[in-house]
Write a protein that binds this ligand. Sequence first.
Ligand code: GAL
Length: 264
Amino acid sequence: EHYGTPRGAACYSSTDLYNWKNEGVVMEKGTIETFERPKVIYDEINRKYVMWFHYDGNGYTLAELGVAVSDNPRGPFILKDHYRPNGHESRDIGLYVDPETRTAYIGYAADHTNRTVRMVELSADYMRTTSNDVDIQAHCEGPGILKKNGVFYLLTSQCSGWTPNPGTFYTASNIMGPFASHGSPFIGDAGNNSYNSQPCYIFKIPGYKDAYLYMGDRWNGSGRSASQYVFLPITITADSTMEIHWYKEWDLSFFTPERKRPAR
Ligand code: GAL
């Protein structure tokens, strides 16, 4: 996020999720006062990397989406626009590309200071929000999205600033809702605080079957540079329940490798 020097969005790269290389700041925040929750997706048709993020002032009252673009994931990303989608407040965001349709969506903590969560569809080049924008009847922040067997799962935190709280997962058969709430997926979460983390993103790990990675921010009180990440495997059970168990240590052998196509 926006702390550290130079300030802006930092990029780390990895080929195995264990070893990470610091690629530096890929977008400097310049005069943007609050720059949070950057997410990047790749537009395969135009070969552009598109970043969406929370663009705000120091008091969190602008409540806008920002969009920036680059030819390279290592940047530099150039700011293209910032605004309230269809006039709605927007703070924490979850950016999601449907793997089957390649259509992209942003789930965003919206009006009345995050009292609602909205889902907005993006244009085909991922550069603009469209007017397909609905209130999905949730109250939360930090939205992460995954899809399995035609069911969409939305994982969120509640709203308590930098202090962690119990997460909630929702399910729907259409990404635009309606979503049903199912409570916390964090199993045996003694602190009732999502293992001291806040959902940031759900990453589908390539090369493994149904391998979804929970990426949570452990803000350590303030969201500054002492913040850490919590990475845990997400399990979707046969009855469409999301479960996240605590493991002090785990590795990718947790997941089943996808069968490689036989060589011709
Ligand atoms: C969190 C939110 C962060 C940041 C913080 C400010 O709940 O997820 O991105 O906005 O509040 O207090």
